[in-house]
Write a protein that binds this ligand. Structure first.
Ligand code: M6R
Length: 359
C-alpha cells in the first residue's frame, strides 16, 4: 500500500534510497562491476551496443549509453518505436539492450525481436522478473527497484540509470578495444554514497515552494547538455505527464535554433548542471534570461550556473557521473508538488497506462 504517503508516486520518490541500495548491492566487487550470471568477459565479442527503449526508459538509456560511447564502443540509443527506421547495421557482434521497467512494452519487445531476427545478441534490463523481455532475451539484468505502481516512472528511472552505468563499465572492461574511463575507480567508489545523497535531496529540497512560485506560467522548459540533456528530457516528460502543463526538454544548445521564440517572462527555464561540461547550458540559460525567463539552476552549489540563476535546486557534490541522478530527484519533486498544487490525480494521469502493451 501507500503507507504514510498520499500517493504511490510520492512513496516511490521517497523510497529511492532503499531501491538504489538494492540496485547496487553486491554489484561492485574488488573495485569492479559484477553482475549475477554475467561474469567478467561476458561481453568480449561485442562491437556495437544498441539500446532500445521508450519514454523514461529511453532517457535512462541515453544516460548509460553515453558512457558506452565514451569508452570507444559503437553505440546507438534508439527509440523503440522508431527502431526500423533508425537502426544501423546489426550482426552477431551487436548487443541489443532492451531497457524496460515492466518488460512488457510492445514497442520495445518489437524492436528487440527485430534485432534478434537480424542476428543480434539480446539483453533485457528490467524491473520485473519473469517479464516477457526477461524471458525472451538471451540474458537479463534486474534493476531491483521493487514494484512501481505510479504511472510516472520515478524510482525505476534512478535504478535503471545506475544499472546501465554499471553495465557500461562492465562492457567497457570486457571489450578489448575499449578504453576505460580514467576515473572509473572514483566513479564506482562514489556510488556507495548515492543512496544517502538522494536522502539528503529528499530532506532538503525546496522544490515545493518553487513549484508554488512558478506554477502560474505558460510553459516550462528544461535544458541541459551532455549527460544533463537526458535529465532535461526526463524532467520535462515527468512534468507534462502529471501536471498537464506544457513542458519541453531541449539540448541546451538547441534553444537558439527555434524554441527561444517561445521564451518570455512566463516560461521558467530549468537548467540542469552535472559537471564541468555544462558551458553550453550556461550560455543558453543567459540567452533565455535576457528574454525575461526566470532561470532555475538544478545542480551542485558551486556550479557556475548558480551565479546567473534566479533560483536553485541544490544537490550534494559527487562524482559527475551521478550528479544527473540527484538533479533528476529534484525534478521529480518539482513535478510532484506542481501536480499536487494543481490538484491532478498523480498516480493515474489521464490517457496513460503503466505498461503500454500496444504499438
Ligand atoms: O515499462 P517501460 O519502461 O518499458 O515503459 C516505458 C514507458 O512507457 C514509460 O517509461 C513511460 O514513459 C512512463 N510513464 C514515464 O513516466
Amino acid at each position: 500500500g501507500k503507507g504514510e504517503y498520499d500517493h504511490y508516486m510520492r512513496k516511490e520518490i521517497h523510497t529511492q534510497p532503499t531501491a538504489l541500495a538494492n540496485t547496487i548491492e553486491g554489484r561492485i566487487k574488488d573495485g569492479d562491476v559484477a553482475f549475477e550470471d554475467l561474469p567478467a568477459g561476458s561481453f568480449e565479442d561485442v562491437e556495437c551496443v544498441q539500446f532500445v527503449a521508450c519514454g523514461t526508459s529511453y532517457h535512462a538509456a541515453m544516460y548509460g549509453g553515453q558512457l558506452v560511447r565514451e569508452a570507444g564502443i559503437r553505440t546507438e540509443v534508439l527509440r523503440a518505436s522508431e527502431y526500423e527506421s533508425t537502426s544501423g547495421p546489426v550482426d552477431e557482434n551487436t548487443l541489443a539492450v532492451a531497457v524496460t521497467q515492466s518488460g512488457e512494452t510492445a514497442d520495445t519487445l518489437d524492436a528487440v525481436r527485430t534485432a534478434a531476427d537480424r542476428g543480434a545478441r539480446t539483453l533485457a534490463v528490467t524491473n520485473v522478473v519473469g517479464s516477457t523481455a526477461a524471458r525472451e532475451a538471451d540474458d537479463a539484468v534486474y534493476i531491483r527497484a521493487g514494484p512501481e505502481v505510479g504511472v510516472a516512472a520515478t524510482k525505476t528511472y534512478s535504478s535503471q540509470a545506475v544499472t546501465l552505468t554499471l553495465l557500461s563499465q562492465r562492457i567497457a572492461g570486457d571489450v578489448p578495444t575499449a578504453t576505460a574511463a580514467d576515473d572509473r575507480a572514483a566513479m564506482l567508489e562514489a556510488l556507495a554514497d548515492l543512496p544517502q545523497q538522494v536522502e539528503t535531496v529528499l530532506e532538503t529540497s525546496e522544490a515545493e515552494p518553487l513549484a508554488a512560485d512558478t506554477i502560474d506560467s505558460e510553459s516550462f522548459f528544461f535544458i541541459g547538455n551532455g549527460p544533463a540533456h537526458s535529465v532535461a528530457l526526463e524532467g520535462a516528460l515527468k512534468f507534462k505527464e502529471i501536471t498537464y502543463e506544457h513542458a519541453e526538454g531541449f539540448a541546451a544548445g538547441e534553444l537558439k535554433h527555434g524554441p527561444l521564440a517561445l521564451v518570455t517572462g512566463k516560461t521558467p527555464v530549468f537548467a540542469v548542471a552535472t559537471g564541468d561540461a555544462d558551458g553550453k547550458t550556461k550560455t543558453n540559460a543567459i540567452e533565455a534570461k535576457s528574454r525575461g525567463a526566470p532561470i532555475v539552476a538544478v545542480g551542485p552549489d558551486d556550479h557556475p550556473l548558480v551565479d546567473i540563476a534566479d533560483a536553485h535546486l541544490s544537490v550534494p557534490d559527487t562524482h559527475p557521473v551521478w550528479t544527473g541522478l540527484l538533479a533528476n530527484v529534484q525534478l521529480q519533486l518539482l513535478s510532484y508538488h506542481a501536480a499536487t498544487q494543481l490538484d491532478r490525480p498523480i498516480d493515474k494521469p489521464r490517457n496513460l497506462a503503466k505498461s503500454v502493451t500496444v504499438e
